[in-house]
Ligand binder design. Structure first.
Ligand SMILES: NC(=O)c1ccc[n+]([C@@H]2O[C@H](COP(=O)([O-])OP(=O)(O)OC[C@H]3O[C@@H](n4cnc5c(N)ncnc54)[C@H](OP(=O)(O)O)[C@@H]3O)[C@@H](O)[C@H]2O)c1
Length: 332
C-alpha cells in the first residue's frame, strides 16, 4: 500500500492539519514508459506555502486533491522505461507519498555511495543550487566583499555564506537564536551572526558592517530586508531569494520602505528562481560536492520520520525549530 498526503484545502495564513489528508491507496501498476520509485525521503521547503496559493507565480498552483508537491529521493523498484534501471537511486519532484509513479521526466540519478540520500534534496539538490547560482551569478560576489545573509542556519543560507567565505568575502549571517548563531560562526565559519530574535538587527549591522555591505542575500524579507537596505554601499547587490517572514500573511506583503537606498547607492535588487539554472545544475553539484569532500562546505540535514508527521514537521520551517535542511523520511 502507498501512504499519500493529499492537499485538500487552501490555507488562509498558516497551513494546518486541515490543509492535508493522509490516505492509503494500493501501489499503482506502471505502464510502458513509467517507473515506480520507493521514496525514502521528501524535502520540506518554505516555497510549499506559496504553491498552496491560487495565485500566479513561477510555477502553477497545486490543485486541490493532488498529492502534496515536494522534492524527493528514492529507489527505482520497477521500471518500464529504458532510461531507468531497478535498484537505481533517483531524485526529482515525487511528492509527499511513499511510492511515486512517473514517466521519469525531471528525475535524475544520484549515487548514495558519494553522499547520503538526504543530501541530494539539500546541499546537492534544489537549495544547494539556489545558493550556488544565487550568490555567485546574481550576487556577483568578489573577494573582499562584505556579504550579509539571512536565514543563515538554513538550507540555502548556510551554503550561501560558506561559498562567500571560500570566495574571500567577509560574511555576516542573521539567524534566530543564540544556538543557531553559534553554529553559524563556530561550525560554518561565518565571521559573525546576528540573532534577530534577541538583538536589534539594524544596530548590530552598524557594528558588524561599519562601512556598509556589498551583497545582501535575502531569505526572509520584511524588517530584516529593510535593515539591510539601510546599510548598502555603492553598487551593492541584493539577491531576493525568498521572504519567509511574509509567506503566512493574511494581508498584503510588507514591502521595504528603505528602497531609495537603491537609488542613492546605484544598487540593484534582483530575484532568483532556481529553476532558471537547471541546465547548469550538474556544474553546481560537482563543485559543491568537491568543496564538501575537501571539508570546505558543511552540509547538515535535520531528518524527521513518518509521513503522518508531515504537518508538524512542515511547521518547523516557520517556527525555526530545526537546524539545516528539513527532511522527512516517509518509508524505511
Ligand atoms: N528563489 C528560489 O528559487 C528559492 C529556492 C529555494 C528556497 N528559496 C527561499 O529561500 C528561503 C530559505 O529557504 P530554505 O529552504 O533554506 O529554508 P530554511 O532556511 O532551511 O528554513 C526556513 C528558516 O526560515 C527562518 N524563518 C522562519 N520564519 C522567519 C521569520 N518570520 N523571519 C525570519 N526568519 C524566519 C527559520 O530560521 P530561524 O530559526 O533562523 O528563524 C527557518 O529555519 C525561503 O524564503 C525560500 O522560500 C527560494
Amino acid at each position: 500500500m502507498n501512504k499519500q498526503l493529499l492537499f485538500i484545502k487552501r490555507p488562509q495564513g498558516e497551513a494546518n492539519a486541515s490543509t492535508w489528508s493522509l490516505e492509503t491507496n494500493p501501489i499503482p501498476e506502471i505502464s510502458d514508459g513509467e517507473i515506480l520509485i520507493k521514496q525514502h525521503y521528501v524535502s520540506l521547503d518554505p516555497a510549499m506555502r506559496g504553491w498552496m496559493n491560487d495565485a500566479r507565480s513561477y510555477i502553477a498552483p497545486m490543485e486541490i486533491g493532488s498529492v502534496m508537491r515536494a522534492g524527493s529521493v528514492g529507489e527505482v523498484v520497477a521500471s518500464k522505461n529504458p532510461k531507468f534501471e531497478v535498484g537505481q537511486y533517483v531524485a526529482g519532484t515525487g511528492g509527499v507519498q511513499q511510492y511515486a509513479v512517473t514517466d521519469g521526466k525531471g528525475f535524475y540519478p544520484v549515487d548514495p555511495k558519494l553522499a547520503p540520500l538526504p543530501t541530494y534534496i539539500g546541499s546537492l539538490g534544489m537549495p544547494g543550487m539556489t545558493a550556488f547560482f544565487g550568490i555567485q551569478e546574481v550576487g556577483k560576489i568578489k573577494e573582499g566583499d562584505i556579504v550579509v545573509v539571512s536565514g543563515a542556519a538554513g538550507a540555502v543560507g548556510s551554503i550561501v555564506g560558506q561559498i562567500a567565505k571560500i570566495k574571500g568575502c567577509h560574511v555576516v549571517g542573521i539567524a534566530g537564536g543564540a544556538k543557531k548563531c553559534k553554529y553559524v560562526v563556530d561550525e560554518l565559519g561565518f565571521d559573525a551572526c546576528i540573532d534577530y530574535k534577541n538583538e536589534d538587527v539594524k544596530e548590530r549591522l552598524k557594528v558588524e558592517c561599519p562601512k556598509g555591505l556589498d551583497v545582501y542575500f535575502d531569505n526572509v524579507g520584511g524588517e530584516i530586508l529593510d535593515a539591510a537596505l539601510g546599510r548598502l554601499r555603492l553598487h551593492a547587490r541584493i539577491v531576493i531569494c525568498g521572504a519567509i517572514s511574509q509567506y503566512n500573511n493574511k494581508e498584503a506583503v510588507k514591502g521595504p520602505s528603505n528602497y531609495l537606498s537603491l537609488l542613492v547607492n546605484r544598487a540593484s535588487m534582483t530575484g532568483i528562481v532556481v529553476f532558471d539554472w537547471a541546465d547548469r545544475y550538474k556544474e553546481g553539484a560537482e563543485q559543491l560536492g568537491k568543496w564538501m569532500a575537501q571539508g570546505k562546505i558543511k552540509s547538515r540535514e535535520d531528518i524527521y520520520e513518518g509521513i503522518e508527521n508531515f504537518p508538524e514537521t512542515y511547521n518547523r520551517l516557520f517556527s525555526g525549530e530545526k537546524m539545516g535542511k528539513l527532511v522527512l523520511k516517509v518509508i524505511e
